[in-house]
Ligand binder design. Structure first.
Ligand SMILES: Nc1ncnc2c1ncn2[C@@H]1O[C@H](COP(=O)(O)OP(=O)(O)OP(=O)(O)O)[C@@H](O)[C@H]1O
Ligand SMILES: [Mg+2]
Length: 233
């Protein structure tokens, strides 16, 4: 395998609800290689979102070690973790999660606002990315003036603004019609071809087939690993 972009070792995530506890990830170890394109699949409740949220530094493991791009996260405080997240990770949500008060150009730059030392060329980068995802004619629009597919393109441009080590997407096409979803998946194919690491959670087999490799979860553990399939094969 190539050098890991994300490496989990004995990671558990336990949710405590009063007397009850849910073991959403159960002593989970896995490495995702740099430049790889993985689909994470498994039935509802199997731990896909829990895993992706830990990978995205949105959530923390209860126990275990998680390294992003070689950097151990379990020792970081919340500020350092969110700085790491904004610099190294691009996260794409099913429901886009754009800020309604900001226009397209501003939304794309949001991850820069979380950085200790933001770059000066934010607006130029955002403009180039808007063009990249086919939105150069919409820079002044607010999210509610855009279609779902266009909003997801804004979210993808936002995920790319820091040239992250990896792109994570949780059911990113779940709210879109087949044609629009296909266009978004084509963007992921292009990003993968350019060398980006992509980890995508989906329950749709057609979406899973676009990825190179499939990791299937069951009850917070690895069920099957199908590695190294050629995209489209
Ligand atoms: N915030 C939470 N508090 C308590 N339990 C949670 C929480 N989030 C998830 N869980 C539980 O952890 C388990 C894994 O949930 P997770 O959301 O990771 O599943 P998933 O595979 O993403 O499912 P889906 O396909 O429905 O999105 C489930 O049993 C769920 O009920
Ligand atoms: Mg989920």
């Amino acid at each position: 395998m190539t050098r890991p972009v994300a490496e989990l070792t004995n990671v558990s995530r336990i949710y405590r609800m009063g007397q009850n506890k849910v073991v959403a990830l159960d002593d989970f170890s896995f490495s995702f290689g740099r430049g790889e394109y993985w689909a994470i699949m498994g039935s509802s409740g199997s731990g896909k979102s829990t895993l992706l949220n830990i990978l995205g530094c949105i959530d923390r493991a209860t126990t275990g070690s998680y390294r992003v791009d070689g950097e151990e996260t379990s020792e970081l405080d919340d500020d350092d973790l969110s700085d790491l997240r904004s610099r190294r990770i691009g996260f794409i949500f099913q429901s886009y999660n754009l800020i309604q008060q900001l226009n397209v150009l501003e939304n794309i730059q949001v991850p820069l606002f979380y950085q200790d030392d933001p770059p000066e060329d934010g607006p130029e980068r955002a403009r180039a990315l808007a063009e990249r995802v086919g939105l150069s004619g919409r820079l002044d629009h607010r999210p509610r003036e855009l279609s779902g597919g266009q909003q997801q393109r804004v979210a993808i441009a936002r995920a790319l603004i820091n040239d992250p080590a990896m792109i994570l997407a949780d059911e990113a096409t779940g709210n879109l019609d087949t044609k629009t979803a296909g266009e978004i998946l084509e963007l992921f194919d292009e990003l993968h071809a350019e060398g980006k690491s992509i980890l995508l959670v989906t329950h749709e087999p057609e979406v899973g087939e676009r990825a190179q490799s499939v990791l299937r979860l069951r009850d917070g553990r690895i069920d099957t690993v199908q590695e190294g399939r050629q995209a489209g094969a």
